[in-house]
Design a binder for this molecule. Sequence first.
Ligand code: AP5
Length: 216
Amino acid sequence: MNIILLGPPGAGKGTQAQRLVERHGMKQLSTGDMLRAAVKAETPVGLKAKAVMEAGQLVSDEIVSALIGDELDAMPAGQGAIFDGYPRTAPQAESLDAILASRGRKLDHVIELDVNEDALVERITGRYTCASCGKGYHDTFEKPVVEGTCDKCGGHEFKRRPDDNEETVRTRMAEYRAKTAPILPIYETQGIVSRVDGMADMDEVTAAIEAILGTR
Ligand code: AP5
C-alpha cells in the first residue's frame, strides 16, 4: 500500500507516519527528514536547502523528487510507502505519479489531516525529538514517561528544529495554503482522498487512519 499523509505543518503527519511504521512495517518517506539529514551532513543538496528551510519556504521540486525516487529504489518492492510532506506542489504530484508508475507502484490513499491552523503554532513550538532515535515528543501533549529519558531508546539528549519558531511556522503555513492545498483536487478526481479530524486525540486519529486503510 502506498499512501500520502497531507496536512499543514504540525497537522500530525510525522506522528501518524511513525505509528504506521511501527504497526505495519511500512516505510516513512519524509522529505523534511531527508533534507534535514542532508543539511546536517553538509551535502550539496543540504547546502542548497539550508537557508530555504530556515526561512520556511519550499526547496526545489527537482531536488525533493530525486530524493523520493532514490528512497523508493532502496525499498523492497512489497514494502508500503507513507509519503509525509511530499508531494507539496502540483509539479511534485505529477512527478510522484511518474516515479510510482516507473516502479510498478500506485497510490492507494491520500489522507488529509483536517486541522485548525491556530492550534498548530502551539503544537509545533512545543515539539522536540530524541537526538538518538528520533522519537517525537511534545512539551504538553506527549511527554516521555520518565522526564529526560526517551521512552524508546533510553537516550537523554533531545533536540528542537531550527524552523520551529512562530515566524517560520506562519510562512510554512502560507506556503501550504498557496502551493500544497491546491493539489488535493488532483487526487479527488481519482477518488482516493479521505479526511480525518486531525484535532482529535492522537490515538483517535490513528484509529481513523487505520479504518481508512482497512488495517484496524
Ligand atoms: P517538514 O519536515 O515536512 O515539515 P512540515 O510539513 O512543516 O510538517 P511538520 O513536520 O512540521 O509537521 P507534522 O505534520 O509532521 O507534525 P508532527 O507529527 O510533528 O518540512 C520542513 C521543511 O522542509 C519545509 O518547510 C521545506 O522547506 C522543506 N521541505 C520538506 N518537504 C518538501 C517538499 N516536498 N518540497 C519542498 N520543500 C520541502 O506533529 C507536531 C506536534 O504536534 C508534535 O509534537 C506532536 O506530538 C503533536 N501532535 C501531533 N498530533 C497531535 C494530536 N492529534 N493532538 C495533539 N498533539 C499532536
